[in-house]
Design a protein around this ligand. Structure first.
Ligand SMILES: Cc1cc2nc3c(=O)[nH]c(=O)nc-3n(C[C@H](O)[C@H](O)[C@H](O)COP(=O)(O)OP(=O)(O)OC[C@H]3O[C@@H](n4cnc5c(N)ncnc54)[C@H](O)[C@@H]3O)c2cc1C
Length: 483
C-alpha cells in the first residue's frame, strides 16, 4: 500500500469528487474500490456480448448538470457532452394518454390544459432562482441558508406538496400524476416532506438545466473525474476492498464513500460507542430492482409522444402511485410497482448500433427483496407499450438483494444510501454539527448517506473534502475546480 496524505475508500461520484478537491489542494491522494472498475453508480458496460452498452446504475443526470461541484468542474468543457431530451420525463396514464414535462415550460403548460397555469406558478419562481434553489437543496443542511427568501419560499412549497395541504395545487389526473412521479424518486411513502423537496428540485430542473444523459453513458462522468484526479497525482487501486481502517494508518485523512454499515465494518471497534450506535440505527429505505434489456426497436408507447422522453415514469394515477409506494415502504411487494424506464438512444443516438439499443429500467421493491424483477418490469412496460416484449432480444434482472452484493453501499437494494425522510435528511448520518467528520481523528464519511443525500451531484464528497482540508490540513480556501 502506498503512502498518501489522503485515502478515499470507494470511487462513486462522491469519492471521486472528494479526490478531485483533495488532489487539487496539492495533497497526495489514493483511492480504493472493492470493484474491479471505478465509478460506483456511474458504470456503463456491455451486458449481452454486443457492443451496446448499458448503465448499470445511474443513467440520467439532472444533478450533475446543476450542482455547485459539477458547475465548477464543468463537464462539457472536459469533453462530456450532456445530451438533453426534448421531453425531460413522461408519465403515461391508464387511459392511453400521457402527461409530458417538456424541457420547454410553456409547451408543458399548454399540454397540461386546466393545470397549465398552476404548473407555471409552481415552477417559474424556482426557475428564476434556480442556482439558489439547487445550492439550498444540495447543501450540508446544517447552517442558515445564504438566500433566506428562497429558503422560505422553498420550505413553504415543500410543506404544501409534502402534506395534504397541497392537494389543490394541481387538479387534473395528468398534472397530479406528473408531479407525483417525480416525488416518487424519494422511494418511500407519499406524500412526505422529503419527497416534496425532491419533486421541487428535480421538477424545476426538468425545465431549467434539464435531465441530460451523458453521450456514451454515465461512465463518461466517472472518466472525466478520474482523468482530473490522475492529472493531479492521484492513484487508483481497484479490486481492493477495505475492511479494516488499520490498513490505512499511513494517511492523515481517510474518507469513506461507503454506507454507514461499511464504516462500521471497517472501524466499528475504534468508534466511540455513541457514534457507532447512531450508525447502526441508520435507516435504509425500500430497494430497487433493475431490469436491462437489449431490444431491436424503440419502445412502442401507446402515446407516441412518450417516445420523445429521456425518462418515463410508470405508476399510473397519483392514487395508484401512492398505493404502490405505501405497500413497498411497508415491505409488501406491489403487484404493479412504480417503474422508471430510460431508452437512452432517444436522447443519445450513439447508444443504438446495428438496429439494437439498450433499455434501462428499475422497479421500487421492498428492502432486501430477492424477487427477479425481469417479468414484472417487462409486464409493466408492455402495459403502456403493447408489443414491447416482441422487441426484446435479451434481458437480465438484478434483485434488490443482489444489488447489495454488486455494491455494498446499496444496503438491501436501497440505492438512495438511506431512507429519504425529513428526519434523516437533517440528521444524515448522525446528529452532528459536521455530518462528514466522525469522532475518530482524520476519519470522514462522504457518501450519499451524508447530506445532501442521493444522486450524482458530487456534493457529499465535495463538502466532506472541504471539511477534511480545514480540520486535518489547515487549508481553508477551496481549490479551483475549473479545467
Ligand atoms: C439502478 C440505479 C439507478 C440510479 N439512477 C440514478 C440516476 O439516473 N441519476 C442519479 O443522479 N442517481 C441515480 N442513482 C443513484 C446514484 O447512483 C447514487 O446516488 C450515487 O452513485 C451515490 O454515489 P456515492 O459516491 O455516494 O456511492 P456509490 O456510487 O454507491 O459508490 C460507492 C463505491 O464504493 C465502493 N465500496 C463500498 N464499500 C467499499 C469498501 N469497503 N472498500 C472499497 N470499496 C468500497 C463500491 O464498490 C462503489 O464503487 C441510481 C442508482 C441505481 C442503483
Amino acid at each position: 500500500m502506498t503512502k498518501a496524505d489522503v485515502t478515499i475508500v470507494g470511487t462513486g461520484p462522491n469519492g471521486l469528487a472528494a479526490a478531485v478537491v483533495m488532489a487539487r489542494a496539492g495533497l497526495q491522494v489514493q483511492l480504493f474500490d472493492g470493484h474491479h472498475e471505478i465509478g460506483g453508480g456511474l458504470r456503463t458496460t456491455s451486458l449481452f456480448d454486443t457492443d451496446i452498452t448499458h448503465d448499470v446504475c445511474a443513467a440520467v443526470h439532472p444533478m450533475a448538470a446543476a450542482s455547485r461541484f459539477f458547475r465548477e468542474f464543468d463537464l462539457p468543457s472536459r469533453g462530456v457532452r450532456l445530451c438533453l431530451p426534448e421531453v425531460s420525463y413522461a408519465h403515461p396514464l391508464p387511459d392511453g394518454t400521457a402527461a409530458l414535462a417538456h424541457h420547454d415550460l410553456e409547451t408543458t403548460c399548454a399540454r397540461l390544459g386546466a393545470d397549465g397555469e398552476s404548473w407555471r406558478r409552481l415552477m417559474t419562481p424556482l426557475l428564476e432562482h434556480s442556482s439558489a434553489v439547487v445550492d439550498l437543496a444540495l447543501s450540508h443542511q446544517r447552517a442558515v441558508p445564504r438566500d433566506l427568501l428562497v429558503a422560505v419560499r422553498f420550505a413553504a412549497r415543500t410543506l404544501a406538496l409534502g402534506t395534504r395541504l397541497g392537494r389543490r395545487t394541481l387538479t387534473t389526473e395528468a398534472g397530479k400524476a406528473l408531479l407525483t412521479g417525480v416525488a416518487a424518486h424519494a422511494v418511500g411513502r407519499l406524500p412526505s416532506l422529503a419527497s416534496g423537496a425532491i419533486a421541487l428540485l428535480l421538477g424545476h430542473l426538468a425545465h431549467g438545466s434539464g435531465w441530460p444523459l451523458p453521450e456514451g453513458g454515465s461512465s463518461r462522468i466517472a472518466e472525466a473525474l478520474a482523468a482530473d484526479i490522475t492529472a493531479h497525482g492521484g492513484v487508483f487501486h481497484t479490486g481492493c476492498r477495505i475492511d479494516d481502517l488499520r490498513q490505512l494508518r499511513e494517511s492523515k485523512a481517510v474518507l469513506f464513500d461507503t454506507a454507514p454499515k461499511g464504516l462500521l465494518q471497517a472501524a466499528g471497534d475504534l468508534l466511540p460507542a455513541r457514534y457507532a450506535g447512531h450508525l447502526s440505527r441508520f435507516r435504509h429505505g425500500p430497494g430497487a430492482a433493475k431490469a436491462d434489456f437489449l431490444v431491436n426497436a424503440p419502445i412502442p408507447w401507446k402515446d407516441p409522444d412518450v417516445g420523445l422522453a429521456g425518462t418515463v415514469h410508470l405508476g399510473g394515477t397519483q392514487a395508484q402511485i401512492r398505493h404502490q409506494e405505501g405497500l413497498t415502504a411497508a415491505g409488501i411487494a406491489a403487484p404493479e410497482p412504480f417503474v422508471l424506464v430510460v431508452d437512452p438512444a432517444v436522447t443519445d443516438p450513439t447508444r443504438a448500433r446495428g438496429g439494437k439499443r439498450p433499455v434501462w429500467a428499475y422497479a421500487h421493491v421492498p428492502n432486501g427483496s430477492s424477487q427477479d424483477p425481469m417479468p414484472l418490469v417487462q409486464a409493466r412496460i408492455e402495459q403502456y407499450a403493447p408489443g414491447f416484449t416482441d422487441t426484446v432480444v435479451a434481458g437480465r434482472g438484478i434483485s434488490a438483494r443482489d444489488y447489495e452484493a454488486y455494491n455494498p453501499n446499496y444496503v438491501g437494494g436501497d440505492i438512495n444510501g438511506g431512507a429519504v425522510t425529513l428526519k434523516q435528511s437533517v440528521l444524515r448520518p448522525a446528529p452532528r454539527v459536521d455530518p462528514y467528520r466522525t469522532p475518530l481523528r482524520g476519519v470522514y464519511l462522504c457518501s450519499a448517506s451524508t447530506p445532501p443525500g442521493p444522486g450524482v451531484h458530487g456534493m457529499s464528497g465535495y463538502l466532506a473534502a472541504r471539511s477534511a482540508l480545514r480540520h486535518e490540513f489547515g487549508i481553508h480556501t477551496a481549490p479551483s475546480l475549473a479545467p
